[in-house]
Design a protein around this ligand. Structure first.
Ligand code: XMP
Length: 531
């Protein structure tokens, strides 16, 4: 396995994703773990991450000595390259200004990392790579024993290697998709240079996970909060596979779900899987508390807090119910690896928070329950593979992500029940048309060609005309984005004919909406959600 040491970059998780996509297991840990920890982790290779802008002022961030003593290959990325240079006797010139963006890098010589990997070659025969660069600080002198691996005109040492030791470093970011051959480089490092097998796959994982859950839980009872989202659904299916009726799912409906979502969740879990599911309709309570609240973060906090309240009350009832549940001892959650990293579970999150995502931290202690998180080490795409392997319908498993606060952050400003009803219906039309429209070039539906698509309710009225009459109704915005990591995203170039159909249907079928707009903003600087 590979150890990734995080120096606080926004994109450290992507390094782990790329390595896992090469079917190599890896974990992210903070850059200041102890030498002892690194030795006991026994990695076959180590990757040093980049760091986020402000930490550039802090040149003290270093890799632990054990990284260099262990005798395993090391790959430094961006800041990781700079710290490698400094720690091994090279030189870095620190600078206040930074340059971001696309760059073409020239590869030098033959190295195990880059041999045979190139995007194009120049007329002089130089191998060139299209990469995502981010530099300001740069290595200005190679450490002893190192040779030049890559360069650009503005960054003469854009990569370096000491092949005897298996040390490689690049100033650009191979983990982001803008670096065209980035995945190939990380695969090369993990599989060929570090010598990892590439045998990390989902099929075997079910048996392992089922055995682990049975062993952990024994004959005790487990409760799980089902949200309708992919993660909690897959966790429920996996735990149900392991312990059957020892699992009770609690489905809290906050009234801000997509159209018919509650019904679908019940049909799937109570119906097809025959799992024990308690359906709690708490919409009145949620909407009541949201009355008059317009600030997005405040809305998130309220929804998160109420969710915990409702869930706690249900869990207490279940614990007391005796006959049905012999007193649950475990709380199961669909926490996935990015959540663990984001909520500081591994204390690696040094990046800044843009939006607070609510994950029910602190709940198990309050309930006196032990925590069961069977998806804790998996990334989203792995969770999906697992879901399909467990027999969940691909339609459910490959659904676009839906935020925990649901339509609460898609109704701008104050959340009113009548807005939610309008939005649910408009959104259902948009999604239905995306699923029904096949792109002839790829044979895929536009739903599958987009990473996330939804409708946003704008609490403003505009004038329209329908039949002979003037209308004065609400506006919705359609949003559809393409992204692989949700950290950056482009708006999708949906066919005009599709947009036309969606707009026509929404305005005709949803009385109360008379105008439909399409959001053409990318992230950054916009975010995917409007709140
Ligand atoms: P943004 O809007 O930050 O969204 O570009 C990135 C991804 O995160 C989702 N998102 C949330 N998910 N609770 C969640 O569980 C939240 O409060 C929340 N806010 C945004 C968003 O849907 C997108 O997939």
């Amino acid at each position: 396995k590979i150890l990734i040491l995080d120096f606080g970059s926004q994109v450290t998780q992507l390094i782990a994703r790329r390595v896992r996509e090469a079917h190599v297991f890896c974990e992210i840990h903070p850059n200041d773990v102890s030498d002892e920890f690194i030795r006991s982790f026994a990695p076959k290779g180590i990757i040093l991450s980049g760091s986020h802008a402000s930490t550039y002022e802090d040149h003290q961030l270093r890799a632990p000595q054990a990284v260099w003593d262990l005798g395993v290959p090391v790959l430094g990325i961006c800041y990781g390259m700079q710290t490698m240079a400094v720690q091994l006797g090279g030189e870095v010139s620190w600078s206040d200004s930074r340059e971001f963006g696309y760059a073409e890098v020239r590869a030098h010589g033959h190295t195990r990392l880059l041999d045979g990997i190139e995007d194009f070659s120049t007329p002089e025969g130089h191998g060139m790579l299209k990469v995502w660069m981010s530099h300001g600080d740069k290595v200005t002198r190679l450490p002893e024993g190192f040779k030049l691996l890559a360069s650009t005109p503005s960054c003469p040492i854009a990569g370096m290697a000491n092949e005897d030791k298996g040390y490689y470093a690049v100033q650009f970011h191979p983990e982001v998709t803008h670096t065209v051959q980035g995945a190939a480089m990380l695969t090369r490092f993990a599989r060929e240079i570090a010598g990892c097998q590439g045998d990390w796959i989902m099929g075997n994982y079910i048996e392992e996970a089922v055995a682990r859950i049975r062993e952990q839980v024994g004959d005790e009872e487990v409760i799980l909060g089902l949200s309708g989202g992919v993660d909690s659904s897959v966790a429920a299916a996996l735990i149900h596979r392991a312990i059957g009726d020892q699992l009770t799912c609690v489905f809290v409906d906050h009234g801000l779900l997509r159209l018919n979502e509650g019904k679908m969740v019940m049909e799937m879990f109570a119906g097809r899987l025959q799992a024990k599911v308690v359906h709690v309709d708490a919409s009145a309570q949620f909407l009541g508390h949201l009355q008059g609240v317009t600030d997005p973060e405040q809305k998130r906090k309220i929804i998160g807090r109420e969710f915990v309240e409702v869930f706690k009350a249900e869990a207490a009832k279940l614990k007391a119910a005796g006959a049905d549940v012999k007193g649950a001892k475990w709380l199961a959650q669909g926490t996935i690896y990015p959540d663990v990293v984001e909520s500081g579970g591994t204390k690696t999150k040094k990046a800044t928070t843009i939006k607070s995502h609510h994950n029910v931290g602190g709940l198990p202690e309050q309930l006196g329950l032990k925590l069961l998180e069977p998806l804790r080490e998996l990334f989203k795409d792995e969770v999906r593979e697992l879901g399909v392997a467990l027999g969940l319908p691909p339609d459910m498993v490959y659904r676009h992500p839906f935020p925990g606060p649901g339509l609460g952050v898609r109704i701008l400003g104050e959340v009113k029940p009548e807005f939610a009803l309008l939005l649910q219906r408009a959104d259902a039309i948009f999604i239905e048309e995306l699923r029904a429209t096949i792109d002839p070039a790829t044979g895929k539906s536009w739903y599958d060609l987009t990473s996330q698509a939804f409708t946003v309710f704008l609490p403003v009225k505009s004038v329209g005309v329908m039949g002979d009459g003037r209308t004065y109704d609400y506006v919705v915005a359609l949003r559809a984005v393409q992204t692989s990591d949700f950290m950056t995203a482009d708006w999708a170039e949906l066919p005009y004919s599709l947009l036309k159909r969606v707009s026509g249907r929404i305005i005709n079928e949803v009385r109360g909406i008379n105008r439909v707009t399409y959001d053409v903003s990318s992230k950054p600087p916009a975010t995917i959600e409007w709140e």
